[in-house]
Design a protein. Structure first.
Length: 100
């Protein structure tokens, strides 16, 4: 799957697909995805897809981080108590780290 920096790349990782980014994605992590800065690099990566093995432990760890640490559960359009509790927890962490 080739993407600029879309969350579709995250969805592809969830399904165990190989991802090549051509933009500044926050998940440009060696071993997780491959990144191309030029057409030549992109062509080279596509030609080597069969040889490329995704680091499965890194993939699981990254997706676990997104689910358990990074994401706020629920829908922002219909927040529930779990959503507000996690949001409050995140804001307290940010304040304690000196970012607020």
């Amino acid at each position: 799957m080739v993407t600029i920096n879309s969350t579709v790349g995250i969805e592809a990782l969830i399904y165990g697909k190989k991802v090549i980014t051509i933009g500044d994605a926050f998940y440009n992590i060696d071993g997780l995805v491959n990144h191309a800065d030029s057409e030549v690099e992109l062509a080279s990566l596509v030609n080597c897809l069969d040889e490329w093995v995704v680091n499965e432990e890194l993939r699981r760890s990254f997706l676990g981080y997104l689910e358990n640490v990074y994401s706020i559960p629920g829908l922002w359009t219909k927040p529930n108590l779990k959503h507000f509790n996690k949001l409050e927890e995140r804001l307290v962490e940010i304040r304690e780290d000196g970012f607020l």
